[in-house]
Design a protein around this ligand. Structure first.
Ligand SMILES: [Zn+2]
Ligand SMILES: [Zn+2]
Length: 731
């Protein structure tokens, strides 16, 4: 395990333990050369074998290796030391996720170049001396520089409307004096006291409660529970303002696709400037700038995707997790962690409040609020005059579409009505591409990915078959790859591209747009299509889950869910909950302004609890039923789960290791280990996968069970054993 973390920010001498961002079991000891100042949290360069690696001083040396055999620290980097609370957080996450602490550390220092000293640029300020020879051009430059600000040669030349040569002449004459400025532009400061939008009495009361938690300056987890359009964002902005007034830093976590310019604009309207952003589309240079600005305390607010949780905030005083129920907060690769749950831990370690905001809270959070571990602040009304949309289920058995079509006559009629009224419609189908399966009519062959146990999805615009698990793609074959029959391949089932085709046939006069990650590459393309929808240049939107998040389209009054049963097909424990959340969110897109919205769910099982809850709008009843069902069988949040996947390129080897693991399961009464069984995705990227599921009661330390189980296993190099505590994916 990691050594004790030193809490005092005092200089450590002699030996230090240094945690390296590598999958190693613990920090290593290094010698501190005489005259070198090292503190707990210092970023250092140390030798490791023939290499030099950046690490973080975790504390005093452990003394396990004799001082004379230790290698010295090579260099101490000029960066503020990693805050003690972040070091404790790294250790905590490592312990919880059963990961090496160095792998978690890597999440905290992966901003390339951020640890190098900031580059400087030379700017010039007017000195006391004036050149002996004054020309009209020189006089103009001097006049501009008289305000005392430092400018680069180019900036001054441009502002004065003179050539660079004129400015350089003034430098040579000693009239302009050089100063070094950091190359990075400073971050603007959000203004907590700007007048925000007017809050309704209900919103003002909720905002007051959140402010109270921030002003108490201690840990509290608060669920901000309000329907779509109730103004949750404006309400938690008041908590952000309260934290800023205390001089604290604030982190707002959002699912990556909800981090839109619409959101940033709302922030700017409240605080007068945009916040710093942290997400995967950021350039290396921006990443470095934000990381460094956070570490130095110059960045007051970061709005970011889940990895922003590991930024080195020295003065964090509030975290907001918006759309807290969103599955995008769960990281599946590398160190699997749930950013919402870890954010609660980060707030608890830092002793400040956290706000979890949602219109459709996760069952975990709802149960925590129900049992009093979390406070709950409710917002019932939609802000302004917007009414909640009217939800109807279309029974696809009673009102089936025509043969070869996917839209029921009921839905088609409603779209006609919306078109005639000059209003917008949205058809939602959470399936990319044209068709999810290509089948041979002659022999029944289904075209699968050669590397995964999954069907290839036809993408007609790209004329390709694509694997959505590994990215494999191939042209659509002319003949069946199995029996060779020509023109026998048929597309089965719809994706958004196929719905768009049907829309074009049914409503030739309507302007339609597909909103899916395949059709929109990069944030600029997203912004463009959303702007077009807002400007009413689109009549019918056909979209995947990208359209479900946070966008406000005042003219959108009709939502049709093409296949409401889709999410219920995969039988994992959250299938019902997730389908409810997604469809509720999609439904919330309809009728957000003065015009009331209507939502139609196409379903083959309108009597299913999820459909009934959506139609009746009785969310809490649905959550209570789901909770009771899980409690009966001891599933999360009433019990604990860990997924363990064994994978190898060689099926026999994977099976051999899994059998050996099975033999070594520690015997205990409070933990049961199911498996090994072939994973639902039994083949992924060419690797055979076998799954164990570890199940235990809520009070059991399931991590120490897993550690004890796997500790002495000899795992061959070709085999990977991945541990996923609180799994969300059961594939
Ligand atoms: Zn065939
Ligand atoms: Zn594949």
């Amino acid at each position: 395990m990691a050594s004790e973390i030193s809490t005092e920010d005092e200089i450590v001498s002699g030996t230090v333990s240094v945690l390296l961002p590598l999958a190693l079991p613990r920090p290593y000891d290094y010698k501190v050369p005489a005259g070198v100042q090292v503190r707990p949290g210092s970023y250092v360069i140390v030798p490791l074998g023939p290499q030099e690696v950046i690490g973080v001083v975790w504390g005093e040396g452990t003394g396990e290796v004799g001082h004379n055999r230790l290698r010295p620290v090579t260099e101490v980097l000029d960066v503020p030391p990693m805050p003690e609370v972040l070091r404790r957080f790294v250790d905590w996450v490592a312990g919880y996720t059963v990961s090496p602490p160095g792998s978690v550390l890597r999440l905290a220092i992966r901003a390339p170049g951020a640890l190098e000293p900031p580059r400087m640029r030379t700017a010039y300020r007017l000195g006391a001396a004036r050149p002996s020879r004054m020309t009209p051009a020189r006089a103009r430059a001097v006049e501009v520089a008289e305000d005392g600000f430092a400018r680069t040669v180019r900036e001054l030349a441009e502002e004065a409307g003179v050539s660079d040569g004129v400015v350089r002449g003034l430098v040579d004459a000693g009239a302009l004096l050089p100063v070094d400025l950091p190359t990075e532009a400073p971050f603007p400061a959000p203004l907590p006291d700007m007048p925000g939008v007017a809050l309704s009495p209900e919103q003002a009361e909720a905002a007051g409660l959140l402010r109270g938690h921030v002003e108490a300056r201690r840990f509290a987890a608060v669920l901000l529970d309000g329907v779509t359009g109730s103004g949750k964002t404006e309400v938690y902005f008041e908590a952000v303002a309260a934290a800023l007034s205390q001089g604290k830093q604030v982190l707002i976590l959002l699912p990556e696709i909800a981090l839109t310019s619409q959101f940033l604009d709302r922030f700017e309207r409240r605080f007068g400037c945009r916040p710093a952003e942290w997400h995967s589309d950021l350039s290396t240079r921006e990443r470095r700038r934000v990381w460094r600005g956070v570490a130095e305390g110059h960045v007051p607010v970061v709005v970011g995707a889940r990895s922003a949780l590991f930024l080195p905030f020295p003065e964090l005083g509030l975290i907001v997790v918006d759309e807290e129920h969103d599955a995008a907060f769960k990281q599946e690769d590398g160190v699997p962690y749930h950013a919402r749950d870890m954010a609660v831990v980060r707030a608890s370690l830092g002793q400040f409040p956290i706000v979890l905001s949602s219109a459709t809270p996760s069952l975990e959070t709802a149960v925590n609020a129900e049992q009093g571990r979390y406070a709950r602040v409710r917002l019932e009304a939609r802000h302004g005059v917007a009414e909640l949309p009217d939800v109807t289920a279309i029974d696809m058995r009673a009102d089936p579409p025509e043969r070869g079509r996917w839209l029921s006559p009921v839905l088609v009629r409603e779209i006609h009505k919306a078109l005639e009224a000059g209003e917008q419609s949205m058809l939602f189908l959470n399936r990319r591409g044209y068709a999810p399966l290509t089948l041979c009519r002659t022999c029944g062959h289904r075209i699968e990915c050669p590397q995964c146990s999954a069907w290839l999805v036809e993408h007609r615009f790209r004329r390709e078959l694509v694997c959505h698990h590994c990215g494999y793609s191939a042209p659509v074959p002319k003949a069946c790859p199995s029996c060779g029959a020509e023109d026998a391949l048929v597309a089965c089932g719809p994706g958004v591209e196929r719905i768009a085709e049907e829309v074009a046939e049914l409503f030739p006069q309507a302007r339609a747009a597909i909103v899916s990650s395949d059709n929109l590459r990069g944030p600029a393309a997203h912004e463009a299509v959303f702007a077009a929808i807002e400007a009413r240049e689109v009549d019918i939107v056909i979209g995947t889950q990208i359209v479900a998040k946070g966008h406000h389209f005042p003219w959108l009054t009709l939502v049709g869910v093409v296949d409401a049963d889709l999410g219920l097909e995969n039988g994992d424990l959250r299938a019902g909950e997730r389908t409810f959340q997604l469809l509720q969110q999609v439904a919330g897109r309809a009728g957000r302004a003065e015009r009331p919205g209507r939502v139609f769910l196409q379903s083959f099982m309108p009597e299913h609890g999820v459909m009934r809850a959506l139609v009746s709008g009785r969310r809490d009843e649905f959550l209570a039923r789901e909770a009771a069902a899980r409690e009966r069988v001891g599933l999360p949040p009433f019990g604990r789960l860990v997924g363990v996947v064994v994978s190898a390129p060689d099926a026999a080897l994977a099976q051999k290791v899994a059998r050996e693991m099975s033999r070594r399961v520690p015997r205990t009464e409070d933990v049961s280990v199911l498996g090994p069984a072939p994973a639902p995705l039994a083949l992924l990227r060419g690797r055979t996968r076998l799954r164990f599921l570890v199940k235990a009661g809520r009070s059991v330390n399931i991590q120490s069970f897993v550690r004890a189980w796997l500790e002495d296993m000899k795992i061959p190099n070709a085999v990977r054993v991945s541990v996923d505590v609180d799994p969300y994916s059961f594939m």
